[in-house]
Ligand binder design. Sequence first.
Ligand SMILES: [Fe+2]
Length: 574
Amino acid sequence: MKILGLSGTVYHDASAALVVDGKLVAAAEEERFVRDKHAKGRFPVEAAKFCLRHAGLDPREVDAVALPYAPIPITSPARWHYAWRHWYAPDRALDALLNGNRRFRRNVRKARAWMAEVGIDPRRTRLVPVEHHLAHASSAYHLSGFREKTAILSLDGKGEYATTFLGYGENGRIHPLKEFYDPDSLGGLYGAMTEYLGFEMLDGEFKVMGMAPYGDAAKYDLSPLIDYDGQGFRVNNRLVNVVGLRRYKENGKGYFFSPKLVEWLGPKRAGDEIDHPYVHYAAALQKQLEEVCLGLVRHYCGDLIRETGRICMAGGVALNVKLNQRIVALPGVKELFIQPAAGDAGTALGAATWLAMESGDAVEPMRHAYLGPAYSSDECLAACTAHPARPRRERLADAPAKGAELLAQGHPLAWFQGRMEFGPRALGNRSILGDPSAPGIADTINAQIKYRERWRPFCPSLLDRAARDILQTDHPAPYMTITFDVAEHWKRRIPEVVHKDGTARAQVVTRETNPRYYRLIEELEKRRGVPVVLNTSLNRRGEPMVCSPQDALDMFFGSDLRYLIMEDILVTKP
Ligand SMILES: [Fe+2]
């Protein structure tokens, strides 16, 4: 079966993924092609065209399209729960009961129009709806490669109505154990507080998490935000996850928290600095998220974890690397797999893999996240020739060695190679790199390009053979989705990639999955003695990650970076 999965059904993070006979062939986010972060309100036209082009498929050869959004019957508790909990906004409550699949119907209309635009005949090709959290769950479980019974967690803001899914996978099938429904959403609570803390929802959650270690979680009691009794939780929707008239408004914009929250905690935070009391709120919020999630995992999945130790996870909250570190540390957990595009982009993958399994295809485990487009050195040269900045360029005989030489001299380096990553993390193919042992390199990168908050951590990519010594664990870490405690004797050697709390969100690189990047780190090790490189994504603040050589050149000439290597081509500025 040739199945094209799409996402974009919850308004953001449109993406496409192509699964052919159970093999994940290509996947990409629409934002990278249209250069609009999160591609809000779009469907993945360019991403789908890329997937088909990459596989050499005519759109008419696609057997089915999988849509990660499904109709929810009136008999489902989801709609009744939503209506009951939104009694204060009667239009929403009634809508959930009387017209509860309005969004689904709109998604189907949009999907059919999208199919026609991509060249897939909507009258001849099946469009198969898959429940949103089932798609998240499938993206984690079916791609994990776990054969044993596996606990599955999916946590996000909201799909159709569900916000949280706990279940397990066995023999290729997914069994739900418990679901929670909107407005009782951990992702929604964290997102609303992200807005209160002065960041954008869907993006700023990482910043709240990065800010948390600077605060003291014990300083403020945020327990009024959520009522948690050990097996279930209820978000206080007088304070957060609010709709309609309960929303706090500022300059004509409505937020997901209420004026009551502002009365309680003080004015909404503004600016870029880590300041009091907000830094303590971030710490308390992060702790609250961890405690509730761990409690739910213990309650619903404790037996499964004791039985096999396997657990997998997706949904936006699965990108909370600190939470993930604590899940890994739970007694009995042997391995946690987090699908790297855990946010909504990954539902394209999940819907497609779910349909593949239902159709009898055996889904192959995910081996890496390099699923996007690649460009040859000649294409990179052609982009240089066409670029208005008239780049100074030369062809390199050994790009990884030259890259390492520049890094060892203390320069940040824009590094572009191979297929673009799927998911929010740069994993060495669209990255800005630095020498993590060079004091001040993080500040230099911030000054030259990232312009991000100074307190946000940079992360390391490190060689697999050194991982145990540096991270003190053998747990797999291919996708930068988990933080680990850095060993004391390494903290001084790679200070630029160790966070305030002594952890690092590491990527462990293997020669098999990325030989060229592996060699670059080896070459840096020869020169500087550390098998580690600082790795941050190749983009400017507020922009999506670079996709093509043209994007790389645009970004390069819009920054103060001096060196860019695209495949074998070195571009320099005077
Ligand atoms: Fe989601």
